[in-house]
Design a protein around this ligand. Structure first.
Ligand SMILES: NC(=O)c1ccc[n+]([C@@H]2O[C@H](COP(=O)([O-])OP(=O)(O)OC[C@H]3O[C@@H](n4cnc5c(N)ncnc54)[C@H](O)[C@@H]3O)[C@@H](O)[C@H]2O)c1
Length: 279
């Protein structure tokens, strides 16, 4: 298959803008992967970032790396699936950093188990973190956003919310997250709160560590399914998030933006088979 026109590395003409000066951005699951990169990128654009993760050490480590670059950030420990923990987090963030302007619901859980082996416990874990978490976090930040007559909630969904790729409960939870996105967008749009969802395809993060340990070539094989010829990087998601949470997206709410190299647009491998072409 042909090389993509532009390799990811070449893509960043990156002139850092400062779209988030004086904005407080709370990001769940930001001790690792996409969330950590979001924390770094929002902080680099002037935001005061609340790095929240169930892994307190990872949150502190992320916050330290961002502080060392001279940006404003604070680490918090939270379990997004626990209502007391979430309400405690939002109170702490608001008293330490001020009212939350942007909430990014990023934390999620995926268990790799065959459907018939899944128990109620696994449902509670995957759906609890991936869908109940955004429900609890949104419910906790919304009163402040409504008092201030504005705010942005950005949900990190997945292509798994649109199509099935082997994770039964995670898919169900991500599809529910799309529905929650639309509900909150319609309900609170009239009061100045925008709610959108980003649906990434495969992104190179520690989320994949377990599978890579068993199958080091998995990312190479997966790249074949992406019309743009590669899997994604955390920066691909951050670029979309920095736009959707900014005033440049002020008339966009209730939408789902796929950041998936064209995966959901159609089936590149099958298309080549139909056309009898090499892929
Ligand atoms: N990596 C991918 O291929 C991919 C693809 C599509 C969507 N996503 C989505 O992107 C988001 C981030 O994924 P990632 O790849 O960066 O994963 P990751 O495993 O690198 O990071 C997830 C973070 O969430 C934290 N977390 C887990 N449970 C939590 C809880 N109960 N409360 C608070 N924090 C918790 C973890 O400690 C970890 O730091 C998730 O919503 C995931 O579904 C990832």
């Amino acid at each position: 298959m042909a090389e993509p026109l532009k390799a990811h590395k070449d893509k960043k003409e990156s002139m850092t803008m400062h779209r988030y000066t004086d904005r407080v951005v709370l990001i769940t699951g930001s001790g690792s992967g996409i969330g950590r990169n979001l924390a770094e990128r929002f902080a680099a654009e002037g935001a005061t970032v609340a790095v929240a993760d169930i892994n307190g050490d990872a949150a502190r480590e992320t916050a330290k790396a961002i502080t060392d670059l001279g940006h404003r950030v604070q680490a918090f420990t939270v379990d997004v699936a626990d209502t007391v923990s979430v309400h405690g987090l939002v109170e702490e963030v608001e008293s330490a950093l001020g009212g939350i302007d942007v909430l990014i619901n990023n934390a999620a859980s995926t268990l790799d188990l065959p459907f018939l082996d899944l128990s109620e416990r696994e449902w509670d874990l995957d759906v609890g973190v991936t869908l109940k978490g955004p429900f609890l976090c949104s419910q906790a930040v919304l009163p402040g956003m409504l008092r201030r007559e504005g705010g942005v909630i950005l949900n990190i969904g997945s292509v798994n919310g649109f199509s099935y790729f082997g994770n039964d409960l995670y898919s169900a939870a991500k599809a529910g997250l799309l529905s929650l996105t639309r509900a909150l967008a319609v309900r609170y749009g009239p009061r100045g709160v925008r709610v959108n969802l980003i649906a990434p395809g495969t992104i190179r993060t520690p989320f994949w560590d377990g599978r890579l340990a068993k199958d080091p070539a998995v990312h190479q094989r997966l790249a074949r399914w992406y019309p743009l010829g590669r899997i994604g990087e955390p920066d691909d998601v951050a670029d979309a998030a920095l736009f959707l949470a900014s005033s440049a997206a002020s008339w966009i709410t209730g939408t789902a933006l796929t950041v998936d190299g064209g995966l959901l647009a159609g089936n590149a491998v099958m298309t080549a088979d139909i056309l009898g072409e090499e892929y």
